[in-house]
Design a protein around this ligand. Sequence first.
Ligand code: ZN
Length: 348
Amino acid sequence: MIAAPGSADSGWAGRFVPRGAIAPAGSFPTLGAQLGPFMEWQAGCWPRLAQARVGLAQVCSRDLSLGDRVVRAQFNPGRAVSTTAEVDAASIQQRPCFLCPTNLPPEEKGLAYGRHWVVLANPAPILPDHFVLAHREHRPQRVRDAISTLLAFAGDTRGHTACIYNGPACGASAPDHLHLQAVQAGLLPEELAAWRVVDGEPADLLVDRPRLRAWLVPGPGPVLLGFCGQARPVERALTAAVDALGMVQGEPDEPRLNLLASGRDGQVLALLFPRDAHRPACYRAPEPERRIISPGAIDMAGLLVTVRQRDFDALSPSLVRDIYRETSLATERLALVRDLLERRLAYA
Ligand SMILES: [Zn+2]
């Protein structure tokens, strides 16, 4: 059958990893176990990716303390194009969509995930094994179309990956094409800190039940709401938090946010970073004060990416605090979200 335009299969025929390329015929490795071999195979036949991985092995990083929280700064010149991408509607309309199959380089192949999604290797990685999970249709980035897949992928990869969502106004470089990303689990400071809360480290808890724990982390540093437990209660609570944030921001369809999800021992962890500005004031400052920093989910999770040596060198705890204060939801609005969410979760 020929797929109609816009259907789940349009354009993707012939764009998948050849059968047997990453696992011997007759074997059925788990999704998490396929991702590493897929990345190796793809790097072996796509020189741009191989080169990017060599570059990534040379990036510098250093840790900064914000009270009891740690932010890791990374100097990664390979991210320059993504970090400075214009994502206004006119700029997006003028460029070919780099997640649609017709525009992928011939070497780039995907790994099917369910009927609607394709896992691709990110040719501008921030961390080793950095994937993009693209919807098979060209349709807008929309949080309500992403949440269930975000949580499912985190659960299905069982501790191998942290899956992330960047809102169209909060770091997504393809706001016109629904997509998620996934990176190796256990490398992002706020992901690690959240698992410590799950393991019993004290936190500002909103809910503490056997099937769901929810908590809030205010500044200094990125503001976040954490949820952990069984998949269904976590999805309901995360959706309730998106609704509450949408009401407070006056943007019910697509509140400004980033999301991260990870899985472990049958539990799902989800972090919601409620946002204010997409880019901090220092991004627009005149040189030499300008700092090219454009936070998305990975930055909000505590890995702050810089693309110029001088910006990396200039990062201090006070500048980092300012960056997170300007890009996270303000304290008064956070209190409103908390009130709304606590009421919703009380009856959940
Ligand atoms: Zn597209």
